[in-house]
Design a protein around this ligand. Structure first.
Ligand SMILES: *[C@@H]1O[C@H](CO)[C@@H](O)[C@H](O)[C@H]1NC(C)=O
Ligand SMILES: *[C@@H]1O[C@H](CO)[C@@H](O)[C@H](O)[C@H]1NC(C)=O
Ligand SMILES: *[C@@H]1O[C@H](CO)[C@@H](O)[C@H](O)[C@H]1NC(C)=O
Ligand SMILES: *[C@@H]1O[C@H](CO)[C@@H](O)[C@H](O)[C@H]1NC(C)=O
Ligand SMILES: *[C@@H]1O[C@H](CO)[C@@H](O)[C@H](O)[C@H]1NC(C)=O
Ligand SMILES: *[C@@H]1O[C@H](CO)[C@@H](O)[C@H](O)[C@H]1NC(C)=O
Ligand SMILES: *[C@@H]1O[C@H](CO)[C@@H](O)[C@H](O)[C@H]1NC(C)=O
Ligand SMILES: *[C@@H]1O[C@H](CO)[C@@H](O)[C@H](O)[C@H]1NC(C)=O
Ligand SMILES: *[C@@H]1O[C@H](CO)[C@@H](O)[C@H](O)[C@H]1NC(C)=O
Ligand SMILES: *[C@@H]1O[C@H](CO)[C@@H](O)[C@H](O)[C@H]1NC(C)=O
Ligand SMILES: *[C@@H]1O[C@H](CO)[C@@H](O)[C@H](O)[C@H]1NC(C)=O
Ligand SMILES: *[C@@H]1O[C@H](CO)[C@@H](O)[C@H](O)[C@H]1NC(C)=O
Length: 425
């Protein structure tokens, strides 16, 4: 018997009050007096759930033994007031140095009717399907099945978890042929389906995701998505702060509705086969802190509106076909810029000779860029560079042959700390 709650164990009439009291003290000796122990039945449910699981002797399951308050087992969290199990956290990292678990998910889990948070991430379930029964844990607000070696189709029953606020299914091996079920999760704030094969859901994915009007973080990297509709009648995703669509197969221009996501602070559209120009509309995303548009086929000049993104700390535009000049007008308001990567384009970076950069960069990557004559001067103004790549750069219209020599022969150089000295000429 795992259950040992004082209130759910009736006092046997033939035992004295003193015996009863001592039992309580023994059972609850190491808990705080106000904390209620495991509710009758829930410890047994957990033990039945454990029989389906495999885990070495050093896994957290080794603490799951009868006669001990189940609220004190590794990974089990009870509500202080009611003693109900409200959280199961079987992520082996949670308690440091635990080994992973696997096996099968037994339906006895459903007896934990007050379960709000379930974390099975970073285990190895040997490629079994995500069990349909998880869709019956209707009190769940948090579900993390990431990197746990589940595979096959995601059961649409997960769409019944209408209280869910956090859903992480990030893993390679899962797939779904449609995301209709997702649109029923109207309380979702966080969604990560990175690596899930969505190639069969490519047609309707945005329609379903756009129903999630509370969403603040969306991660769909490496999902094999091919469709990014160019129009969207109504943008519901006004709370979205993080959008990560890295590594998909869109083969399209940027749709204009992107620039209506006014709350974005993190936007990653890299490695996704985008072509065409960077539209001026990007200047509407004034809250952006990190912008990754690298490794696409973008062409044309960098719009001056990028200069409106005054909170930008990371600007990554490398490996495109961008051309034209980036000048002090682009940079004037980027006072927080810390990482700049313009490598592998046909860009000229040319600023006025007397311009003083408003930022201190930590990382500068300008591989294959052409640099204006004032460039060495503004580079010398940067005191915190840790990472510098100026390979294959050339300086235009400069009479300073020594600097041309240094810059054109530099390969990838990574400075740890100051680099005033080598360039002090
Ligand atoms: C339970 O009580 C502990 C300490 O008494 C407290 O730290 C914790 O936040 C409480 N948990 C809940 C869910 O109320
Ligand atoms: C971590 O686990 C390994 C293997 O189970 C064990 O040999 C080692 O002693 C553990 N380390 C700590 C600090 O618990
Ligand atoms: C997932 O499970 C399958 C089947 O047991 C196994 O072959 C594979 O190595 C596992 N993958 C990972 C990443 O653990
Ligand atoms: C759960 O979802 C499935 C599939 O989406 C549906 O058929 C079923 O009726 C739902 N069950 C409940 C209790 O809502
Ligand atoms: C994704 O699923 C599609 C359709 O089932 C399949 O053709 C494709 O190979 C899968 N992609 C990956 C990377 O497994
Ligand atoms: C916006 O979201 C609401 C519910 O959150 C939904 O009813 C509506 O259909 C959505 N609009 C669009 C265009 O998807
Ligand atoms: C914008 O995103 C932040 C998270 O970065 C969130 O706290 C806030 O509620 C969002 N704003 C709106 C208007 O939804
Ligand atoms: C991208 O789309 C164009 C037509 O718009 C097509 O010609 C081309 O083959 C596509 N590229 C890939 C890799 O699908
Ligand atoms: C950018 O914002 C302005 C003013 O808020 C608006 O008129 C314009 O339509 C927006 N552009 C895009 C592409 O969303
Ligand atoms: C920039 O960040 C600051 C501080 O985090 C914030 O108060 C401000 O609203 C942001 N600016 C814009 C234009 O979003
Ligand atoms: C920079 O900020 C100033 C003052 O707010 C503004 O007038 C100017 O247009 C901004 N520059 C760019 C490129 O957005
Ligand atoms: C970036 O572009 C260069 C030159 O076009 C190419 O050699 C390199 O492989 C690209 N890098 C990646 C990661 O695609």
């Amino acid at each position: 018997m795992a259950s040992c709650s004082r209130s759910t164990h009736p006092v046997p009439p033939h035992y004295s009050f003193g015996f009863w009291l001592t039992s309580i003290l023994l059972f609850t000796a190491s808990t705080t007096p106000t904390t209620k122990g495991c509710v009758e039945g829930e410890g047994d449910a957990l033990l039945a759930f454990k029989t389906g699981l495999l885990g070495g002797p050093s896994s957290l399951l080794s603490s799951w033994r009868g006669r001990v308050d189940c609220c004190r087992w590794s990974g089990v969290v009870c509500d202080n007031r009611t003693g109900r199990v409200v959280e199961l956290n079987l992520n082996p990292d949670y308690l440091n140095n635990e080994t992973s678990i696997g096996g099968e998910i037994r339906p006895s889990l459903l007896l934990l009717t007050h379960l709000e948070r379930l974390d099975l991430s970073y285990n190895d379930f040997g490629g079994i399907q995500v069990p349909k029964i998880l869709g019956s844990l209707t009190e769940l607000t948090y579900l993390d099945l990431s990197s746990s070696n589940f595979s096959g189709a995601i059961p649409p029953q997960l769409g019944n978890l209408s209280s869910l606020r956090y859903l992480d299914l990030n893993s390679y091996g899962l797939s779904t042929d449609g995301l209709h079920w997702l649109s029923r999760l109207s309380s979702l704030i966080y969604l990560d389906m990175g690596g899930v094969n969505l190639s069969m859901a490519s047609r309707d994915w945005l329609h379903s995701v756009n129903m999630l009007s509370s969403l603040e973080e969306l991660h769909l990297p490496d999902c094999g998505l091919t469709d990014l509709p160019s129009s969207l009648s109504h943008v519901n995703l006004t709370a979205l702060a993080t959008l990560d669509l890295y590594g998909n197969l869109f083969n399209s221009t940027f749709p204009n509705w992107l620039w209506k996501l006014h709350n974005l602070s993190y936007l990653d559209l890299s490695f996704s086969m985008f072509h065409g120009a960077i539209p001026a509309g990007i200047g509407n995303l004034t809250g952006l802190r990190e912008l990754y548009l690298d490794h696409n086929s973008l062409s044309g000049p960098i719009p001056i509106e990028i200069g409106k993104l005054s909170n930008l700390t990371v600007l990554s535009l490398s490996n495109n076909s961008l051309e034209g000049t980036m000048s002090e007008l682009h940079f004037a308001n980027l006072t927080k810029l810390s990482e700049l990567d313009l490598s592998e384009n046909s860009l000229v970076v040319s600023v006025d000779y007397n311009w003083v950069p408003p930022f201190q960069l930590r990382s500068i990557k300008l591989k294959s860029c052409k640099l204006g004559p004032a460039f060495p001067r503004w580079l010398r103004s940067q005191n915190s560079i840790e990472d510098l790549d100026m390979s294959n750069t050339s300086i235009e219209d400069s009479s300073d042959n020594f600097i041309i020599y240094i810059l054109s022969t530099l390969l990838i150089i990574i400075y740890q700390g100051q680099f005033h000295a080598p360039l002090a000429i």
